[in-house]
Design a protein. Structure first.
Length: 239
């Protein structure tokens, strides 16, 4: 029987499903409610995917798959709960890949072992990141945004839920590649509320494609770039 914990891992840019502890000797699985822990607030892209997945699994397997949001500290609240759960397949997690990969490079210590505690099973989705600006008239392109950032170092802001999040890492990659300094503004509010606040108060925010499929928060809000090899017609933005 596997000894590592069960996790369905799904990333924002390339989501992965991880499961440990599904005992091979079990005659039937599942026989009871399965808990899907999402170590992020409700309303974000990972939460949306987890809920859609839970509904499908409920129909196909005949037992409830209940999403339990345990957000905070870049996964360091929810992920340990999964790691410490019984290895019986009834506690899973849908998680961004960063909690299983880059977190160990961002944080000096973690309350879970990304390699020893979880086993990836499959990738659930592959989402592009979209660069959203608060005022597309002022910043109609990436070039215009970079020029403005160089003219006003450390003045333009990017919004994220905190250090180590996908939006934070994406913004830092932009800073490094363009030799600019977009200043991080941490948005305390969670889920869709946090998303709205980030767009209202920050000049730019990298976010996953699934989150752009939402009503516009302001008249001037718009996307200026996406990191995908081809145009995605499903994104409700004009790039």
């Amino acid at each position: 029987m596997p000894t590592r914990r069960t996790t369905l891992a799904c990333m924002a840019a390339a989501a992965a499903l991880s499961v440990t502890g599904l005992a091979a000797a079990q005659a039937k699985y599942p026989e009871q409610t399965v808990q899907l822990i999402v170590a992020l607030p409700a309303g974000g892209s990972v939460d949306m995917i987890a809920r859609a997945l839970g509904q499908k699994l409920n129909v196909s397997l005949g037992v409830p798959f209940i999403v339990d949001n345990r957000g905070g500290a870049s996964g360091q609240i929810g992920m340990p709960m999964v790691a410490k759960a019984p290895a019986d397949g009834y506690t899973l997690t849908v998680s961004p890949a960063s909690f299983l990969t880059t977190n160990k490079s961002v944080f000096k210590t973690l309350p879970y072992d990304p390699e020893a505690d979880f086993t990836p099973v499959t990738r659930l989705v592959n989402q592009p990141m979209v660069l959203i600006v608060k005022d597309k008239q002022k910043y109609p392109s990436v070039a215009a945004l970079i020029a403005a950032a160089k003219a006003k170092p450390d003045e333009l802001t990017h919004g994220s839920a905190g250090v180590g999040t996908l939006a934070h890492e994406a913004a830092e990659m932009i800073n490094d590649a363009a030799k600019i300094q977009l200043r991080q503004e941490v948005v305390i509010e969670s889920g869709l509320v946090g998303m709205v606040q980030a767009h209202r108060h920050c000049d730019v925010r990298p976010q996953t494609g699934i989150e752009t499929d939402l009503p516009p928060m302001t008249a001037s809000l718009g996307g200026v770039a996406a990191n995908h090899h081809q145009r995605n017609a499903a994104l409700l933005i004009d790039l």
